[in-house]
Design a protein. Sequence first.
Length: 346
Amino acid sequence: MPGMSLGIDLGTSRVTIYVPGHGVVLREPSVIAVDKKTDRMIACGQEAFEMLGRTPDSIVAMKPLTKGVISEYDYAEKMLRTFVRRVCAYKVIKPRVAVSIPATVTEVEQRSLVEAVLAAGTRRVLLIDEAVAAAVGAGIQIDLPQGSMIVNIGAGTTNIAVLSLKGIASSLSVRVGGDDIDEAIVRFLHNRHNHVIGLQTAEQVKFELGNAVPPEENSTMQIKGRNVVSGLPCLQEVNANQIFEAIAEPVGEILHSIQRVLESTPPELAGDIMNSGICLTGGCSKLKGMADAVSRFTGVDCRVADNPSDCVAIGTGKSLKFAGNMFSGVFDVGQFSYPLSDSARL
């Protein structure tokens, strides 16, 4: 249909596009592979993800987004343009787009994101706070006069907010997420066992053995990698208790961030949260025991939303209908104090 709308979760590890009435139509890793000499894009998405750590010197595979914001503008634009064309290749009218952003992005980072999305072939851009989008995608009624708490744990950032009456009562965005847990596993194996692994392997270990609470079963796993001393490929056996120890620091940062938001929440809304509980979204919310860890730390019931990885994308798409009625958490291009470049207006 002409003039279609898109909701884009522009995540550090994955780009998800939601079309109202059609559901999630694209879910690809936010990775691009480029020829160093010609600067020509070779692949993006899943095909480029499989190249990470396996490319020759002439090709570089990278993630153009870091901690929820664009770090490589040109590559992010090429990747977004490819994804948007896949979704609406034959549409005469450019789509309007809602994109999720962390709450703590600077105006410069907002401008970079808006211009990249406009240059990718869209006609209008709305920026939606990730926590607001996650709450809408999780099915939380944010227009009621009662407090609801949402915690979106992504790859690069964790966004926490208390919502009431279509607005944000208290919020916090910290640049800690699933990638930091992966890096903690890499550091632990290097320091404890002189065993070097890549981030993709660390992510597999995280979901196989990772636990946000002390594990009930101390299961083990053989991890392929390279020994630092000999320089040769080898196998290293690790157990769930060791991985729990490895990821304790980043998980603890997330829990203390939740506590900081609860400390700044008005008492009436805090009472509502005691009744409704805390809702977790984001890919890292699927870490074993994450909801239990939050519940034990705060004393508040906690649950993981249905389909947590897609909640932000679904919420951005649905937010387009009532974006103008929101009191906070939604930003239109016309609200920004900076002028957009000529290339982004084309």
